[in-house]
Every structure is written in C-alpha cells, then in structure tokens.
Design a protein around this ligand. Structure first.
Ligand code: JHZ
Length: 392
C-alpha cells in the first residue's frame, strides 16, 4: 500500500449534526488514500467501523434525484428485456429506487440502514435489514438462486472482499449475472474529483483492479457501460468464468486500454493526481476569498457526503457559505459535519437573496441547472471544483 494523498482529519461524511449537539466534539479520522501496486486497488488507509456509518439514521436517499430514479428505471427496463431475471437480489437497496421497478415477488433487497429498509418494507418489498454476508446470502438463496445480483454504490463501501464475493458466489445461479455500479477511478482522477474519497468510500474501483479481484472468486467482467451518474461511473456486467452463455464485449478491452493509457497501474499517476488536488484546493480558496471581498452572498446546493471532504480539506466554512439547501428530510435543519454550516429545506434559488451557489452536488449539475433556470437567467452563478475550480 503506497500512500499518495492526505486529505487531513475528517469527520464522518454523513454524520449531520443536530442543533443540540453543535458543541459536542466530533469524531474525526485521518483520510489518507493509497495505491496497491500489486492489485492496482485504490483505497483509504484508515477505515471507520461500518456500524458507525450505516445505521438506523442513514441520511442518504437514492430517490432524492430525478437523475438517479431515471437511471435505475432505465436499467430495470433493459434488464427485464435482455436477461428476463426471475429472482433478483439487490445489495444496498437504499430506499428502493431500483427494486421498485420490479414485481414484489421477484426481488429482495438487502439494506442495513433501518430507516431506509423500513421505506421499502412499508411498500411490501421483502427487505433484509442486515449487512451483506455469507450467512445472509445462504438464507436468501436457500430455495432459489438469483439470476441477477445487483449492487450500485455499495460494494465500494464494504471492506471485506472475501466475504462479499463469496456471498455473491453462493447467491448466483450458474448462469446468473452480477451487475456492479460504482464511481470510476479514471473519471475521478481525470476530474480531480478528490471528494470521491471519504469515510464510506473505502475503495474507488478501476476496471484493472476489479478484474483481478473478481478472478480470485471465479468471476469475470463481460461488458462495461460508462454512465454519467455520480460524476462518471462504470456499470460492470459480470458472470461466472465457467458460464459461456455470454461473449465478452469489446467494451471491456477498450476500458482497460483507456485505464492503462492513463497510467492507472502506475504509482506516478497517483502522485500527479495528488499535486492536482493541492492546486485545486488553492484555486478554490482564492475563488471564495475574491467573492467575499465583493460581499457576494454565497450559499451551498446539495449537502453531499462529497462536499464534506472538500469543505474540511479546504477549510471552507460559515465564513464563506451562509447555508446549504438540500431536499433530503433527514438532513434539513442539521449542520454539515466539520464545517457546521446549516442545511436548510430547499427553496428555488432567489436572485434577490443569493449571488453565487457552491455546487455540493456537482454530479447533478444538469438536473440542478434545469431547475434553477430563472436564477441563472437573472445572473446567478455557481462555483464548482470539478474538473477544476471555477465560477460558471
Ligand atoms: P449525492 C452519497 O454520496 C453517499 P453523496 C454514498 N456513500 C454514495 O456512494 C453516493 O451517495 C451514491 C441533494 N439534492 O447523490 C440530495 C438536492 O438537494 O451527490 C442529496 O442530499 N437537490 C452512499 O451525498 C445530495 O444533493 C437536487 O436537485 O455525495 C446529492 O447527493 C438534487 C439533484 C440533489 O451523493
């Protein structure tokens, strides 16, 4: 494990603070990112126990954005047509944004955060409120194996590969497929999106790393789709090596070539990225300072887990950003970890009250810009740090 990026002491990204706890000292951990030259895996060095992050108060809901709802809906339509799965298991079903596109009898969700599992249970979707593991996989697939195991933005959050993939092996039927969807390391590096690193993202996967891991468990990638979600993700279609029903698509080789050409197998690439991150920090601070000099009224939009890394790494707090808007009920009237900026219930942006908006949810820029057309028309501006800090 070779360290290449130190993002300082960080609070837990999704631990939004209640007003009554504002003075309580927050737990922090050192956010250091490493590269493993043997298996090309990029991971954070110090991890936080899962129970501290994924529990009954988990604040992130996938259905909070139209972009994600559409992405899950479109995928479900495609899967039904192409693979006709009779039994689906979703690992990390969150608030049901994916499973709700299927018949209740055909799908099972696994979601350790009780507040989220309760949402799908109330809609009568069978949901196990447990962490994904071998015992659970055996229980769920005792009577019938899964034709599809799906997991979006979850496997990058689970530390123990052996347990995860053995459990998947147990669950899948011989001809079953596994679809994994996670932020792309290549896009993260290209965009200097260092905010993809926070406590929950133990790994940010490249194809070259995932390929090596999967092989150990008798699995292989047979197709890859690049998606725009979460700032650029890869959707991996995976099968047992012994399953010869699908040919390997040329997309797999193409993606691997792209990653090797960019140097994702070399430590020097990660050192260059770390230098870009430091430059990004300096530039972002200059932007905020200059705006402050002219008394611009700045607020934040989307109190994301990602913005926790940016704000705390760059030291941007209430001195620059008055408050954040967010649509998620669990976050409203709480404070962002570390920076302690208040999160208010979302209202359409008002040009009379706001000059510039920091895009915490930069990954939903298109959706947000569409919503805030009138603010933009009246000269309202946004700050983003991706792919480099700028006012747009
Ligand atoms: P968003 C979370 O990360 C945590 P975050 C987690 N670790 C992960 O991997 C990804 O999700 C998948 C709000 N919003 O998706 C809603 C508006 O207010 O970028 C959300 O709070 N108005 C599981 O938190 C936040 O922004 C809007 O119009 O970095 C977006 O969070 C829209 C579109 C969003 O994930």
């Amino acid at each position: 494990m070779k360290k290449f990026l130190n993002l300082g002491f960080q609070p837990l990204a999704n631990s939004y603070i209640k007003k009554k706890n504002i003075k309580v000292k927050e737990k922090k951990f050192k956010l250091v990112v490493c590269f493993n030259p043997k298996n090309y895996l990029v991971s954070i060095l110090n991890t936080v126990p899962k129970e501290k992050m994924f529990n009954k108060n988990y604040p992130y809901k996938s259905s909070e954005s139209n972009t994600m709802k559409k992405s899950f809906g479109d995928l479900a339509t495609k899967i039904k047509k192409k693979y006709k799965p009779k039994f689906i298991v979703e690992i990390g079903s969150n608030d049901g944004a994916f499973i709700k596109n299927f018949n209740k009898k055909d799908v099972v969700g696994v979601e350790p955060c009780k507040n989220l599992a309760d949402i799908t249970r109330k809609k009568n979707y069978k949901t196990y409120c447990e962490y994904w593991n071998i015992a659970l996989a055996k229980k769920i697939t005792k009577k019938r194996k899964a034709d599809l195991v799906y997991s979006a933005n979850t496997l990058s959050h689970i530390k123990n590969f052996n347990e995860i993939f053995k459990a998947i092996q147990i669950s899948l039927s011989d001809r079953g497929i596994l679809i994994l969807e996670d932020p792309s390391l290549l896009e993260c590096l290209k965009n200097t999106a260092y905010d993809q690193f926070y406590c929950e993202h133990i790994y940010v996967f490249s194809t070259i790393a995932l390929k090596k891991i999967l092989k150990k468990f008798g699995l292989e990638i047979f197709d890859i789709e690049s998606t725009k979600t979460h700032g650029g993700s890869n959707r991996y279609l995976i099968k047992r090596i012994s399953n010869k029903s699908y040919n390997t698509h040329s997309n797999v080789k193409k993606q691997i070539t792209k990653e090797l050409n960019y140097g994702l197998h070399k430590f020097s690439t990660y050192n260059k990225f770390a230098t870009k991150v430091e430059e990004s920090k300096k530039k972002l601070i200059v932007i905020f300072k200059n705006l402050k000099k002219i008394n611009a009224k700045i607020i934040g939009y989307g109190a994301t887990a990602k913005s926790c890394t940016v704000l705390n790494y760059c030291g941007i707090g209430k001195n620059y950003i008055e408050y954040f808007y967010d649509t998620t009920s669990y976050k409203i009237n709480k404070y962002l970890p570390g920076s302690k900026i208040l999160i208010k219930k979302y209202k359409k942006l008002d040009r009379n009250k706001t000059d510039v908006v920091y895009l915490g949810a930069w990954n939903f820029k298109d959706e947000i810009f569409k919503k805030e057309k009138s603010f933009i028309k009246k000269g309202g501006r946004f700050i983003t740090h991706v792919p480099y800090p700028k006012i747009i």
